[in-house]
Design a protein around this ligand. Structure first.
Ligand code: SAM
Length: 292
Protein backbone atom coordinates (compact mmCIF):
# COMPACT_ATOMS: atom_id res chain seq x y z
CA UNK A 1 0.00 0.00 0.00
CA UNK A 2 0.94 3.63 -0.35
CA UNK A 3 2.69 4.32 2.98
CA UNK A 4 1.50 7.93 3.03
CA UNK A 5 -2.10 6.69 3.14
CA UNK A 6 -1.53 4.34 6.07
CA UNK A 7 -3.21 5.01 9.42
CA UNK A 8 0.22 4.86 11.10
CA UNK A 9 1.42 8.32 10.12
CA UNK A 10 1.37 11.45 12.32
CA UNK A 11 -0.88 13.33 9.88
CA UNK A 12 -3.46 10.58 9.40
CA UNK A 13 -3.55 9.76 13.12
CA UNK A 14 -4.13 13.42 14.04
CA UNK A 15 -6.83 13.64 11.40
CA UNK A 16 -8.69 10.58 12.75
CA UNK A 17 -8.40 11.76 16.35
CA UNK A 18 -9.79 15.20 15.57
CA UNK A 19 -12.54 13.89 13.29
CA UNK A 20 -13.90 11.75 16.15
CA UNK A 21 -12.96 14.13 18.97
CA UNK A 22 -11.04 11.22 20.52
CA UNK A 23 -9.07 11.89 23.70
CA UNK A 24 -6.44 9.41 24.92
CA UNK A 25 -7.10 7.50 28.11
CA UNK A 26 -3.81 7.19 29.91
CA UNK A 27 -5.36 4.60 32.22
CA UNK A 28 -5.80 2.28 29.19
CA UNK A 29 -2.18 2.64 28.04
CA UNK A 30 -3.16 4.37 24.81
CA UNK A 31 0.03 5.21 22.90
CA UNK A 32 -0.64 4.80 19.19
CA UNK A 33 2.03 3.91 16.64
CA UNK A 34 2.68 6.48 13.92
CA UNK A 35 5.47 4.79 11.93
CA UNK A 36 4.69 2.22 9.22
CA UNK A 37 8.30 1.03 8.95
CA UNK A 38 8.28 -0.12 12.58
CA UNK A 39 5.02 -1.97 11.94
CA UNK A 40 6.46 -3.74 8.91
CA UNK A 41 9.44 -4.85 10.98
CA UNK A 42 7.12 -6.21 13.66
CA UNK A 43 5.16 -8.18 11.04
CA UNK A 44 8.38 -9.66 9.68
CA UNK A 45 9.55 -10.75 13.11
CA UNK A 46 6.13 -12.33 13.66
CA UNK A 47 6.40 -14.17 10.34
CA UNK A 48 2.99 -12.91 9.22
CA UNK A 49 2.08 -14.02 5.69
CA UNK A 50 -1.06 -14.67 3.64
CA UNK A 51 -1.58 -18.09 5.28
CA UNK A 52 -1.39 -16.78 8.81
CA UNK A 53 -4.14 -15.86 11.20
CA UNK A 54 -3.36 -12.88 13.42
CA UNK A 55 -4.67 -12.05 16.86
CA UNK A 56 -4.15 -8.49 18.04
CA UNK A 57 -4.65 -7.03 21.50
CA UNK A 58 -5.62 -3.34 21.63
CA UNK A 59 -6.02 -2.16 18.02
CA UNK A 60 -6.47 1.51 19.02
CA UNK A 61 -7.45 3.33 15.81
CA UNK A 62 -6.13 0.46 13.70
CA UNK A 63 -2.49 1.31 12.85
CA UNK A 64 -1.19 -2.25 13.30
CA UNK A 65 -4.54 -3.88 12.49
CA UNK A 66 -4.44 -2.35 9.02
CA UNK A 67 -0.99 -3.81 8.30
CA UNK A 68 -2.12 -7.19 9.62
CA UNK A 69 -5.24 -7.04 7.42
CA UNK A 70 -3.03 -6.41 4.38
CA UNK A 71 -0.44 -9.10 5.12
CA UNK A 72 -2.34 -11.87 6.94
CA UNK A 73 -5.25 -14.10 5.99
CA UNK A 74 -7.50 -12.96 8.81
CA UNK A 75 -7.28 -10.71 11.88
CA UNK A 76 -9.11 -10.80 15.18
CA UNK A 77 -8.51 -7.84 17.50
CA UNK A 78 -9.61 -7.41 21.13
CA UNK A 79 -10.24 -3.78 22.15
CA UNK A 80 -11.53 -2.81 25.58
CA UNK A 81 -12.36 0.83 24.79
CA UNK A 82 -15.85 1.00 23.34
CA UNK A 83 -15.23 4.51 21.94
CA UNK A 84 -12.76 2.97 19.47
CA UNK A 85 -15.22 0.50 17.94
CA UNK A 86 -17.02 2.94 15.57
CA UNK A 87 -13.67 4.50 14.65
CA UNK A 88 -12.21 1.12 13.74
CA UNK A 89 -15.30 0.25 11.75
CA UNK A 90 -14.54 3.21 9.55
CA UNK A 91 -10.72 3.22 9.44
CA UNK A 92 -10.72 -0.49 8.54
CA UNK A 93 -13.81 -0.46 6.30
CA UNK A 94 -11.69 -1.39 3.26
CA UNK A 95 -10.76 -4.75 4.81
CA UNK A 96 -13.18 -7.65 5.03
CA UNK A 97 -10.87 -9.96 6.92
CA UNK A 98 -10.95 -8.13 10.28
CA UNK A 99 -13.07 -8.96 13.31
CA UNK A 100 -13.04 -6.46 16.20
CA UNK A 101 -14.12 -7.86 19.56
CA UNK A 102 -15.01 -5.23 22.17
CA UNK A 103 -13.72 -7.14 25.20
CA UNK A 104 -11.11 -7.00 27.94
CA UNK A 105 -8.41 -9.46 26.82
CA UNK A 106 -7.92 -10.55 30.44
CA UNK A 107 -11.53 -11.74 30.57
CA UNK A 108 -11.82 -13.09 27.02
CA UNK A 109 -12.11 -16.77 26.14
CA UNK A 110 -9.31 -16.61 23.57
CA UNK A 111 -9.35 -20.33 22.83
CA UNK A 112 -13.04 -20.14 21.88
CA UNK A 113 -12.42 -17.06 19.71
CA UNK A 114 -9.63 -18.93 17.92
CA UNK A 115 -11.93 -21.90 17.30
CA UNK A 116 -14.63 -19.64 15.89
CA UNK A 117 -12.44 -17.43 13.69
CA UNK A 118 -9.63 -19.51 12.24
CA UNK A 119 -9.39 -22.80 10.40
CA UNK A 120 -7.96 -25.77 12.28
CA UNK A 121 -4.21 -26.06 11.89
CA UNK A 122 -3.83 -22.52 10.49
CA UNK A 123 -0.56 -20.93 11.66
CA UNK A 124 -1.52 -18.32 14.27
CA UNK A 125 0.46 -15.30 15.45
CA UNK A 126 -0.31 -12.95 18.31
CA UNK A 127 0.92 -9.47 17.43
CA UNK A 128 0.39 -6.32 19.51
CA UNK A 129 1.53 -2.98 20.75
CA UNK A 130 0.45 -3.81 24.28
CA UNK A 131 -1.00 -1.44 26.87
CA UNK A 132 2.03 -1.14 29.18
CA UNK A 133 0.07 -1.07 32.46
CA UNK A 134 -0.92 -4.74 32.06
CA UNK A 135 1.81 -6.24 29.86
CA UNK A 136 2.80 -8.99 32.28
CA UNK A 137 -0.75 -10.16 33.19
CA UNK A 138 -1.66 -10.29 29.48
CA UNK A 139 1.42 -12.30 28.49
CA UNK A 140 1.06 -14.62 31.49
CA UNK A 141 -2.58 -15.29 30.59
CA UNK A 142 -1.67 -16.07 26.97
CA UNK A 143 1.17 -18.39 27.99
CA UNK A 144 -0.66 -20.19 30.81
CA UNK A 145 -3.60 -20.95 28.53
CA UNK A 146 -1.24 -22.78 26.18
CA UNK A 147 -3.04 -21.49 23.10
CA UNK A 148 -2.41 -23.08 19.69
CA UNK A 149 -0.25 -20.17 18.43
CA UNK A 150 3.26 -20.23 16.89
CA UNK A 151 4.57 -17.03 18.33
CA UNK A 152 3.79 -13.82 20.18
CA UNK A 153 5.47 -10.63 18.96
CA UNK A 154 4.78 -7.61 21.11
CA UNK A 155 5.86 -4.04 21.66
CA UNK A 156 6.29 -3.58 25.39
CA UNK A 157 8.24 -1.54 27.92
CA UNK A 158 11.94 -2.20 27.27
CA UNK A 159 12.70 -2.97 30.90
CA UNK A 160 10.04 -5.71 30.97
CA UNK A 161 11.18 -7.13 27.61
CA UNK A 162 14.76 -7.31 28.96
CA UNK A 163 13.57 -9.12 32.08
CA UNK A 164 11.56 -11.66 30.11
CA UNK A 165 14.47 -12.49 27.77
CA UNK A 166 17.29 -12.23 30.36
CA UNK A 167 20.10 -14.77 30.85
CA UNK A 168 21.57 -15.87 34.22
CA UNK A 169 24.02 -13.52 35.97
CA UNK A 170 22.46 -10.35 34.60
CA UNK A 171 20.64 -7.61 36.47
CA UNK A 172 17.38 -8.31 34.59
CA UNK A 173 17.31 -12.07 35.32
CA UNK A 174 14.60 -13.19 37.72
CA UNK A 175 11.56 -15.40 38.18
CA UNK A 176 9.82 -13.66 35.26
CA UNK A 177 12.68 -14.72 32.93
CA UNK A 178 12.33 -18.35 34.01
CA UNK A 179 8.55 -18.38 33.73
CA UNK A 180 8.53 -16.87 30.22
CA UNK A 181 11.45 -18.99 29.00
CA UNK A 182 9.88 -22.18 30.33
CA UNK A 183 7.09 -21.70 27.77
CA UNK A 184 8.94 -19.84 25.01
CA UNK A 185 12.19 -18.99 23.34
CA UNK A 186 12.35 -15.27 24.19
CA UNK A 187 14.31 -12.61 22.31
CA UNK A 188 14.39 -8.81 22.28
CA UNK A 189 14.50 -8.14 18.53
CA UNK A 190 14.25 -4.37 18.33
CA UNK A 191 14.61 -1.30 20.53
CA UNK A 192 12.11 1.39 19.63
CA UNK A 193 12.39 5.16 20.17
CA UNK A 194 9.63 7.10 21.96
CA UNK A 195 9.14 9.28 18.88
CA UNK A 196 7.15 6.60 17.00
CA UNK A 197 4.22 6.89 19.43
CA UNK A 198 1.44 9.41 19.88
CA UNK A 199 1.41 10.49 22.64
CA UNK A 200 5.01 9.58 23.54
CA UNK A 201 5.25 7.21 26.53
CA UNK A 202 7.47 8.01 29.53
CA UNK A 203 9.39 4.75 29.19
CA UNK A 204 11.56 3.16 26.51
CA UNK A 205 10.05 0.42 24.37
CA UNK A 206 11.23 -2.77 22.68
CA UNK A 207 9.81 -5.54 20.55
CA UNK A 208 9.85 -8.94 22.25
CA UNK A 209 9.55 -12.11 20.18
CA UNK A 210 8.29 -15.21 21.97
CA UNK A 211 8.51 -18.45 19.99
CA UNK A 212 6.29 -20.96 21.75
CA UNK A 213 7.96 -24.26 22.65
CA UNK A 214 6.45 -27.63 21.73
CA UNK A 215 7.46 -28.83 25.16
CA UNK A 216 9.25 -27.26 28.14
CA UNK A 217 13.07 -27.26 27.95
CA UNK A 218 13.36 -29.12 31.30
CA UNK A 219 11.54 -31.99 32.98
CA UNK A 220 10.02 -31.03 36.30
CA UNK A 221 8.18 -33.26 38.74
CA UNK A 222 5.46 -30.63 39.30
CA UNK A 223 5.24 -27.29 37.47
CA UNK A 224 3.60 -25.31 40.30
CA UNK A 225 6.28 -26.48 42.74
CA UNK A 226 9.07 -25.66 40.25
CA UNK A 227 7.78 -22.07 39.94
CA UNK A 228 7.40 -21.86 43.71
CA UNK A 229 11.06 -22.81 44.20
CA UNK A 230 12.14 -20.29 41.53
CA UNK A 231 10.17 -17.52 43.28
CA UNK A 232 11.64 -18.51 46.65
CA UNK A 233 15.26 -18.39 45.46
CA UNK A 234 14.76 -14.86 44.14
CA UNK A 235 12.89 -13.87 47.33
CA UNK A 236 15.70 -11.63 48.48
CA UNK A 237 18.02 -11.14 45.55
CA UNK A 238 21.21 -10.50 47.51
CA UNK A 239 20.79 -13.56 49.74
CA UNK A 240 22.22 -16.99 49.07
CA UNK A 241 20.16 -19.97 47.95
CA UNK A 242 20.62 -21.44 51.41
CA UNK A 243 19.15 -18.37 53.09
CA UNK A 244 16.22 -17.92 50.76
CA UNK A 245 15.33 -21.61 50.75
CA UNK A 246 15.53 -22.05 54.53
CA UNK A 247 13.28 -19.04 55.01
CA UNK A 248 10.79 -20.38 52.45
CA UNK A 249 10.71 -23.95 53.76
CA UNK A 250 10.78 -22.99 57.45
CA UNK A 251 9.00 -25.62 59.53
CA UNK A 252 9.23 -28.15 56.71
CA UNK A 253 13.00 -28.53 56.22
CA UNK A 254 15.91 -27.57 58.45
CA UNK A 255 19.19 -26.20 57.11
CA UNK A 256 20.85 -29.63 57.13
CA UNK A 257 18.09 -31.09 55.03
CA UNK A 258 18.25 -28.19 52.57
CA UNK A 259 22.01 -28.63 52.26
CA UNK A 260 21.45 -32.32 51.54
CA UNK A 261 18.99 -31.51 48.71
CA UNK A 262 21.33 -28.89 47.26
CA UNK A 263 24.18 -31.43 47.33
CA UNK A 264 21.96 -33.96 45.59
CA UNK A 265 21.25 -31.38 42.87
CA UNK A 266 24.99 -30.59 42.73
CA UNK A 267 24.45 -26.89 43.50
CA UNK A 268 26.63 -24.86 45.87
CA UNK A 269 24.46 -23.46 48.73
CA UNK A 270 26.38 -20.18 48.74
CA UNK A 271 25.29 -19.32 45.20
CA UNK A 272 22.52 -16.83 44.52
CA UNK A 273 19.34 -17.48 42.54
CA UNK A 274 20.46 -15.09 39.82
CA UNK A 275 23.30 -17.47 38.84
CA UNK A 276 21.15 -20.58 38.29
CA UNK A 277 20.26 -21.80 34.82
CA UNK A 278 16.84 -23.24 33.99
CA UNK A 279 18.34 -26.79 34.18
CA UNK A 280 19.74 -26.10 37.64
CA UNK A 281 16.40 -24.74 38.85
CA UNK A 282 14.74 -27.91 37.55
CA UNK A 283 17.29 -30.15 39.34
CA UNK A 284 16.86 -28.17 42.54
CA UNK A 285 13.06 -28.25 42.43
CA UNK A 286 13.05 -31.98 41.66
CA UNK A 287 15.37 -32.76 44.56
CA UNK A 288 13.19 -30.71 46.95
CA UNK A 289 9.92 -32.04 45.56
CA UNK A 290 9.25 -34.81 48.08
CA UNK A 291 8.45 -32.17 50.71
CA UNK A 292 6.40 -29.99 48.31
N1 SAM B 1 -2.44 -1.04 18.37
C1 SAM B 1 -2.58 0.41 18.49
C2 SAM B 1 -1.35 1.07 17.94
O1 SAM B 1 -0.30 0.42 17.94
O2 SAM B 1 -1.42 2.22 17.55
C3 SAM B 1 -2.85 0.86 19.93
C4 SAM B 1 -1.89 0.35 20.98
S1 SAM B 1 -2.11 1.08 22.56
C5 SAM B 1 -0.48 0.90 23.22
C6 SAM B 1 -2.94 -0.16 23.54
C7 SAM B 1 -4.38 -0.44 23.17
O3 SAM B 1 -4.88 -1.46 24.04
C8 SAM B 1 -5.35 0.72 23.34
O4 SAM B 1 -6.16 0.83 22.20
C9 SAM B 1 -6.19 0.37 24.57
O5 SAM B 1 -7.50 0.91 24.56
C10 SAM B 1 -6.19 -1.15 24.47
N2 SAM B 1 -6.41 -1.86 25.76
C11 SAM B 1 -6.04 -1.46 27.00
N3 SAM B 1 -6.35 -2.39 27.91
C12 SAM B 1 -6.93 -3.43 27.24
C13 SAM B 1 -7.50 -4.68 27.63
N4 SAM B 1 -7.50 -5.08 28.89
N5 SAM B 1 -8.04 -5.49 26.67
C14 SAM B 1 -8.04 -5.11 25.36
N6 SAM B 1 -7.52 -3.93 24.94
C15 SAM B 1 -6.97 -3.10 25.85
Amino acid sequence: MNKQKAIATPTKTRQILSEYGFSFKKSLGQNFLIDVNILENILQYAGVDQNAGAIEIGPGIGALTEQLAIHADRVVAFEIDQRLVPILQETLSAYENVNIINEDILKADVRKVIRENFTEGQPLKIVANLPYYITTPILMKLLMEQLPVDNITVMIQKEVADRMAASPNTKSYGSLSITVQYYTNAKVVMNVPKTVFMPQPNVDSAVLQLQLRDKPPVDVAEEAFFFDVVQATFGQRRKTLMNNLSRHFKGKLDKGQIRERLDKADIDPSRRGESLTMEEFARLANSLHDIG
